[in-house]
Design a protein around this ligand. Structure first.
Ligand SMILES: CC(C)(COP(=O)(O)OP(=O)(O)OC[C@H]1O[C@@H](n2cnc3c(N)ncnc32)[C@H](O)[C@@H]1OP(=O)(O)O)[C@@H](O)C(=O)NCCC(=O)NCCS
Length: 234
């Protein structure tokens, strides 16, 4: 993960922009606001650095495609290792989660943001009950824990909002899938994790086998560190 604010100088931006494929360049230039341009660029710098590290392929040479719902993946043939990843970004934080041979979804939200609609709109009845059973002082942060866990599940599945927010429910104490109305996918197949870095809520959903131990390694870095590492890889 990185703070997009660490991508701050024209030199850093130029070096990060140099990694972009033509389509990414076009998308980058279309953003109206500098803050959104920088968030996009910081996200590309992070994902290309992380995946270059896993695959051994030069960051600039990585090519991406996406499924019908927009979930991005590496095009096949980059390396022997089956690296999957997912991205999320918000004000102040960009996260890239990478796994080997299993689906992953990640979501991060700034808990200082005021949600557009009430909790009833986003959460299923068991989630609302657990939220309301918690303390009032923690309600905003806990709401975003539900939100990011739900979103991470949706993103791991890769089917976008077609899944429907009320078609499944999660719990936060501990993070887990409670109900899922799709017989084809047993809930033990999806493991949920929640973190609270700084003023953000961050959640991960990882595909797994029942009882399997999952080790999560997290690293916070900066744009300059990523750019320096690219230089030493050349
Ligand atoms: C688009 C969506 C995948 C996430 O959107 P988001 O939360 O606004 O944005 P995030 O920063 O978390 O994620 C965006 C990234 O997810 C990835 N992504 C896009 N579509 C995806 C999909 N179908 N599945 C998984 N990942 C996807 C992309 O990498 C994208 O970034 P990029 O376009 O810069 O490459 C989708 O789930 C959505 O529209 N959510 C609506 C938000 C909402 O109401 N959530 C309610 C939660 S209770």
């Amino acid at each position: 993960m990185i703070d997009p604010g660490t991508l701050a100088t024209p030199h850093q931006r130029a070096r990060a922009a140099d990694l972009l494929a033509p389509e990414e360049q076009r998308r980058w230039r279309r953003y109206r606001f500098a803050r959104d341009r920088d968030l996009f660029l910081a996200t590309r710098l992070l994902v290309r650095s992380v995946l270059a590290n896993y695959t051994g392929v030069e960051a600039r040479a990585l090519r991406f495609s996406s499924n019908a719902h927009g979930k991005p993946s590496l095009v096949e043939g980059h390396s022997e290792v089956d690296v999957r990843f997912n991205l999320s970004n918000t004000r102040g934080l960009v996260v890239c989660a990478a796994t080997m041979g299993r689906e992953v979804g990640v979501d991060v939200e700034d808990i200082q943001e005021v949600p557009g609609l009430g909790a009833e709109y986003y959460l299923a009845p068991p989630e609302l009950a657990e939220l309301r059973a918690g303390s009032l002082a923690d309600r905003r942060a806990e709401f975003y824990t539900f939100w990011t866990l739900k979103e991470s599940f949706i993103k791991a599945r890769g089917e976008g909002m077609s899944i429907g927010l009320s078609s499944f429910a999660v719990g936060i104490r501990p993070p887990r899938l409670l109900e899922y109305r799709d017989g084809a996918f047993h809930r033990s197949r999806w493991r949920l994790f929640a973190f609270a870095p700084t003023t953000h809520a961050l959640a991960l959903c990882i595909e797994s086998r029942e009882g399997e131990r999952i080790e999560i390694v997290s690293r916070r870095t900066s744009a300059q560190e990523l750019l320096d590492a690219l230089r030493t890889c050349r």
